[in-house]
Design a binder for this molecule. Structure first.
Ligand code: AMP
Ligand code: ZN
Length: 113
C-alpha cells in the first residue's frame, strides 16, 4: 500500500532493526519502545484491522502467532511477555497495517494498562 510505513519497511525502503524475517512476516524493534524489549511482528500483507482481514491474511496472522514464542525466546523473554494488537481509534492505533506488539524484558505487573 502506498504511504504505509510498515509496507515500506517490509519492502526495505525504510530501515528497521530486524529481529526475524521469513516469507510471511517481519519482526523489528519498535522505534519508540514502551518496555525494555519492544518488538513489532508484522504480517507481509497490508490490512489495518482484524475486521478487514481476509482468509489468506488470517493464515498469515496464525503463522505470526505460531512464530512469536520462537521470536520471544530469541529475545531472551523466558520469563514472559505481553502481546498487544491495537484496533482502531480508541485503542490508539497509529499505523494502519496490522501488527502485534511484543513487550517484555521487565516485570509489567498484573494490570494491563
Ligand atoms: P500502534 O499504536 O499499535 O499503531 O503502534 C505503532 C507502533 O509503530 C508504535 O509503537 C510506533 O512507535 C511504531 N513505529 C512507528 N514507526 C516506526 C518505525 N519506522 N520503526 C519502528 N517502529 C515504528
Ligand atoms: Zn502496509
Amino acid at each position: 500500500m502506498d504511504n504505509c510505513i510498515f509496507c515500506k519497511i517490509i519492502a526495505g525502503e525504510i530501515p528497521s532493526n530486524k529481529v526475524y524475517e521469513d516469507e510471511n512476516m517481519l519482526a523489528f524493534r519498535d522505534i519508540n519502545p514502551q518496555a525494555k524489549v519492544h518488538v513489532l511482528v508484522v504480517p507481509k500483507s497490508h490490512f489495518a484491522t482484524l475486521a478487514e482481514m481476509n482468509g489468506e491474511q488470517a493464515e498469515l496472522v496464525k503463522k505470526c502467532m505460531e512464530k512469536i514464542p520462537h521470536i520471544a525466546k530469541s529475545l531472551g523473554l523466558e520469563k514472559g511477555y505481553r502481546l498487544i494488537v491495537n484496533q482502531g481509534e480508541d485503542a490508539g492505533q497509529t499505523v494502519h497495517h496490522l501488527h502485534i506488539h511484543i513487550l517484555g524484558g521487565q516485570s509489567m505487573g498484573e494490570k494491563m494498562l
